[in-house]
Design a protein around this ligand. Structure first.
Ligand code: SAM
Ligand code: SF4
Length: 441
């Protein structure tokens, strides 16, 4: 009765309404933000270069050019030093993109710098199937990478062709062989897969899950295909558009097929029981994003850096960070954000949120918490709130709505620097310079 498209639509509408102000960004000075209170956070490093630009991709990425990428890495290292000099400390670092392994030597140099400055113990790096080579991965292992994440998307050759990845990154069988060959090389080996692709059938999804389980990888991030107006325009010709009515069945299949061997570590990340670290950087109370098109969240303020690569280099040369916009979330929005990211991570510790927000957290968000209870999405015990499978599905929907609002923001920001990114002029116009509705990338 509750698991109906009508309830899904109602919840999504309510969620979008409640979070509509999250990304109302304003101009920000480019100086290093104030040091946040509390424990050291996470560092996110964005590398926006790729060999091919996949039509479905919603991230900030450009065609890889060696000389530009070299200059970019030099600027990145300068920006990282700036945060260190200002007193920032991090326990972990996440290199995302784009494709961080496009310049392996520069990547290793940057990882070494982060280790030297901050003594990080968790180092996560994204890559593509083609870069699973000894000359790329050997140095990454030596430098202490603890988690390697490979973008596969599907093992189905038809879908890979539609995604324009078959030629460049190899067939499903080739990718399977490459992943098997590197399994065990890093403490965590994650595979990214996308479900609800327009021409994906249930049988094709089940085959992807079965192949994944035979790889020896110990983590999978199963993303629902997320779009934005710009992404949709690119996808229409190449691969069609997703049908949201299939989401529930696809998601249920994933959870059921992975369930025994893999525990959910967020609503879309599943880790082999007893192993691995999670991809879930947004759950960190504070994180700093460096590079072009990166987000930071510090003491309730969201920051974004410039999407112009030339602009980024200039700002760094002037001794600034890449930050160009920010938004101070209201008290209630900070609590809503906390609720979203914690529940997406499946558990919310009551003592931790009370320490962070005070007892008012429960007064202000009583409606949201009551909804979780009434819909049977979560149970509460003496430690806090725990999401069940039904709740995981709704949180997956909400997180994708949140990321889609980030995609809208990226579209608008990238439209300003269209020529520089060599994108076809199908961008939507910026929404009056300001934006309506997050973040890891
Ligand atoms: C930034 S990419 C890094 C991986 C690497 N560049 C590659 O594609 O092989 C991280 C992951 O985001 C996911 N992703 C990108 N665009 C997406 C979209 N529109 N919807 C859902 N997931 C998406 C893909 O699974 C991808 O592997
Ligand atoms: S999916 Fe990966 S390779 Fe494709 S454009 Fe996005 S970041 Fe680049």
């Amino acid at each position: 009765m509750l698991d109906t498209p009508l309830i899904d639509a109602y919840l999504l509408k309510l969620f979008r309404f409640r979070t509509r102000a999250f990304l109302h960004m304003e101009d920000a000075p480019g100086t290093v933000p104030p040091l946040p209170r509390g424990s050291p956070g996470y560092l996110y490093v964005h590398i926006p270069f790729c060999e091919v630009l996949c039509p479905f991709c919603s991230f900030h990425r450009v065609q890889h050019r060696h000389s530009q990428a070299e200059r970019y890495f030099t600027a990145l290292r300068r920006e990282i030093r700036l945060y260190h000099a200002a007193g920032f400390r991090f326990t972990g670092v996440y290199f995302g993109g784009g494709t961080p392994t496009v310049e392996p030597q520069d990547l290793v140099m940057t990882i070494n710098l982060v280790r030297e400055l901050f003594g990080v113990t968790e180092i996560s790096v994204e890559t593509n199937p083609k870069d699973l080579r000894p000359d790329v991965l050997g140095p990454l292992r030596e430098t202490g990478v603890t988690r390697l994440s490979v973008g596969v998307q599907s093992f189905d050759d038809r879908l890979l062709r539609e995604m324009d990845r078959y030629e460049k990154y190899g067939s499903g069988a080739e990718t399977t062989g490459r992943i098997r060959a590197v399994a065990g090389m890093f403490p965590t080996l994650n595979v990214d897969l996308i479900f609800n692709q327009p021409h994906q059938t249930l049988a094709s999804l089940e085959r992807d899950i079965a192949i994944f389980r035979g790889l020896g990888a110990n983590q999978v991030s199963f993303y629902p295909l997320m779009t934005s107006p710009t992404v949709e325009r690119r996808m229409v010709g190449a691969m069609g558009l997703p049908d949201q009515r299939r989401l529930r069945q696809f998601y249920h299949t994933i959870v059921q097929r992975l369930g025994r061997e893999f525990r959910p570590s967020s609503a879309w990340c599943f880790t082999k029981r007893g192993q691995g670290i999670d991809e879930y950087i947004v759950a960190a109370d504070n994180y700093v994003g460096v590079g072009s098109g990166a987000f930071s969240y510090l003491d309730g303020t969201l920051y974004s850096t410039t999407f112009s690569l030339a602009g980024y280099e200039q700002r760094i040369a002037q001794g600034l960070t890449g930050i160009t916009t920010c938004h101070h979330l209201s008290d209630t929005d900070r609590m809503r954000y906390s609720l979203l990211v914690r529940m997406f991570g499946l558990h919310m510790d009551e003592a931790a949120v009370r320490a962070q927000h005070g007892a008012k957290f429960f007064r202000k968000l009583w409606g949201e918490l009551l909804t979780l209870r009434v819909l049977g999405a979560a149970r509460r015990d003496e430690r806090g709130w725990h999401l069940n499978e039904r709740g995981m599905y709704w949180l997956m929907l909400m997180m994708s709505a949140f990321f889609e609002s980030v995609n809208n923001y990226r579209d608008a920001m990238r439209a300003h620097v269209n020529q520089e990114l060599h994108e076809p002029t199908t961008m939507c116009p910026p929404i009056g310079g300001t934006l309506s509705p997050a973040p890891a990338k």
